[in-house]
Design a protein around this ligand. Sequence first.
Ligand code: FPP
Length: 254
Amino acid sequence: MTFFSSATKSIPIGNDMPQHIAVIMDGNGRWARKRFLPRVAGHKRGIGVVLELVKACVDHNIGYLTLFAFSSENWRRPADEVSFLMNLFIQGLKREVAKLHENNIKLVLIGDRSRFNAELVTQIEISERLTANNTGLTLSIAANYGGRWDILQAVNKMHIASPELAGRFDEDHLAPYLAMHYAPEPDLFIRTGGEKRISNFMLWQLAYAELYFTDTLWPDFDETAFNLALASYQNRERRFGRTSEQLSEPVSDA
Ligand code: FPP
């Protein structure tokens, strides 16, 4: 995949392997309840699945993996679950960051950090700094993130930076201010857990992504389940507004 600006500007050519995969990891609570365990047991197990998926993406030479770990709406959960998740993020980062670094993985957190406690913010900063120059997989964790929040914060920054352009802004003006300005748009979106929604995740960037929904609960999303998602992606015809016939003709961006 060769574009880094909006898909509506520079039209990419479909690839066999997605270069950017975005995932909503849903179903941890239900996985735990089915086993008469507290919901948080599902989150704990979910971390292991994250690590397996990261490894699979490295093995497949996928450039970008973006995971929705905590939405702006997840603060509405019971306080003890929120605090368990925050603690899980801190401990997970502390435990895994050295291994990510050894594997040349760059870690980036996207989302509004202002509500996180000081320990989590510090741990995020340490992890990002350590892995900043890595050139392998870019692993983005979306936490306290929402697609609408992202678009609005980008619009505000763009407006402050270039007030003289008001009324004439286009996609290229906005792109550098979006949280994921450093990545190509996702080729493949995966949601586990049976719901068929985007739930305010990467609203701008998912415009042309192939959407894949599976009933598999996140803690059960193993290598076989991931391979099914990849196979489904490989069977899609990515047209980006072109006709099927045009896809077999030489490429032009016009
Ligand atoms: C959704 O399942 C899952 C979450 C809100 C949390 C996801 C977090 C992890 C898997 C831990 C990963 C951590 C890092 C650092 C990447 P749910 O609780 O909504 O499940 P349900 O729909 O069955 O209730």
